[in-house]
Design a protein around this ligand. Structure first.
Ligand code: GLV
Ligand code: MN
Ligand code: MN
Length: 412
């Protein structure tokens, strides 16, 4: 009889320990290719090796731990999630998918006499996009879709991704070379907290993800005229911040009127940023997401047409750049059915939902079929230190994953 609760407690203990690897004291912030990222990987490597996984680091900053099959030329199944975090993060986003996968693979390896496939557990290096303007570069490298242009972008201190990779012990010239293209993996399973309130409303500990929303990210620069706050009459100003404020309101109202659309301006930089100077320049981010590419296209077109109208009325200049674009992604229906059978076997009703958040599964879908198991989180709160998951729900995710691996093994 497997004690899921004690396994879940061990996962929780490791997640709490991992949360100490942070760039700031008293809060969790682990940007990609940082010192805390490196230390967290060292810790994960030792947990992987403790359960017999053979570990390598690739040149995009991903850590890969393999449970090897004894079969010759065995195919490979992938699991994992991301190790980087947003600033002031909770301990489960991404990290749960790595630690739970190590636990599940350990159990699977010790309870099955001959595993028919290798399982690679991957701690992906860059999912949140909290350091560089583009993101998902870890999983894109694994999928073989990483564009070399992604290596030339800079963080806020002017360090390029290529330089950060070199400082991380990677060779940027090899960052775009996937280890998996010669023989494509059989599939990928990502365990992740839901980051929304649906499973809690349904009173279910886990759910099957059917699709992941598409997302686009932009940087918008608004150029006005800086000037003296006391002397330039209101009628003669070209205030970049006042114009940006109007643009932000337009963005919000366009997103509200598009079904299933969400738009967020999460970063705003005011230059020169002084109390007594009219803002001459503003730079803001725009994150736009939706369930299908058509509705994202429509919202994007309306937003930029409205931004241009506001700019011409207010006599400011506009420059915008698209930093990142991912299409809506569909999870594999056969893997989803196996997840459904595994959930039923664990005594829970199978339930399907879509994901509003982005995940490494989006990039891995270009390499092989993907599945995602969502785990209920308290009040749907995420990207926040009060992110919380019940021990019993972690236990249920481990149990479902174990049945899934057993069932999947029978198909290989
Ligand atoms: C990542 O968590 C994202 O959806 O932005
Ligand atoms: Mn995540
Ligand atoms: Mn996240």
């Amino acid at each position: 009889m497997i004690n899921w609760k004690s396994r879940a407690l061990e996962v929780q203990f490791k997640l709490e320990k991992l949360a100490n690897y942070s760039e700031v004291n008293g809060a969790l912030f682990r940007p990609t290719l940082s010192r805390s990222h490196m230390k967290a990987l060292d810790q994960i490597q030792s947990w992987m090796e403790e359960v017999g996984l053979v570990v390598i680091k690739d040149h995009a900053g991903n850590l890969i731990g393999r449970l090897g099959s004894k079969r010759e030329n065995a195919p490979t199944f992938l699991m994992g999630s991301h190790i980087d975090t947003v600033s002031n993060a909770g301990i489960y986003d991404g990290n749960l998918g790595i630690i739970a996968a190590i636990s599940a693979v350990d159990l699977f390896g010790t309870s099955s006499s001959a595993i028919p496939f290798n399982i690679d557990v991957i701690a992906f290096s860059d999912e949140e996009g909290n350091r560089f303007p583009n993101t998902l570069t870890g999983s894109q490298a694994v999928a073989g879709t990483l564009n070399p242009n992604a290596l030339t972008v800079s963080d806020s201190e002017g360090i390029t991704r290529a330089e950060a990779l070199t400082g991380f012990g990677c060779d940027p010239a090899l960052a775009c070379s996937s280890l998996y293209l010669d023989e494509r993996p059989l599939g990928y399973l990502e365990i992740h907290i839901e980051q929304g309130p649906v499973l809690e409303r349904e009173d279910l500990s886990v759910g099957i993800v059917t699709a992941i929303n598409g997302a686009r990210r932009f940087t918008v620069k608004v150029g006005g005229n800086a000037g003296h706050a006391g002397t330039v009459p209101m009628s003669m100003r070209s205030d970049a911040l006042a114009a940006s404020a109007e643009m932000l309101m337009a963005i919000e109202s366009i997103a509200k009127s598009g079904p299933g659309m969400v738009a967020t301006v999460g970063m705003l930089e005011v230059i020169p940023g002084a109390r007594n100077v009219i803002p001459g320049q503003v730079k803001f981010s725009l994150d736009l997401r939706g369930e299908n590419s058509g509705s994202i296209d429509t919202a994007q077109a309306s937003i930029f047409s409205e931004i241009n109208n506001i700019a011409s009325t207010r006599q400011v200049q506009i420059e915008w750049n698209q930093d990142y674009k991912i299409s809506p992604t569909f999870c594999d229906s056969s893997l989803g059915e196996l997840l459904g059978e595994s959930i039923r076997e664990s005594g829970v009703m199978p339930f399907e939902l879509t994901s509003g958040a982005g995940h490494d599964a989006v990039a891995i879908a270009d390499l092989c079929p993907v599945a995602m198991l969502f785990v209920r989180c308290e009040k749907g709160i995420s990207h926040h230190p009060s992110e919380a998951v019940k021990i019993d729900d972690i236990g249920k995710a481990l149990e479902v994953t174990h049945y899934f691996l057993e069932k999947f093994g029978q198909t290989v």
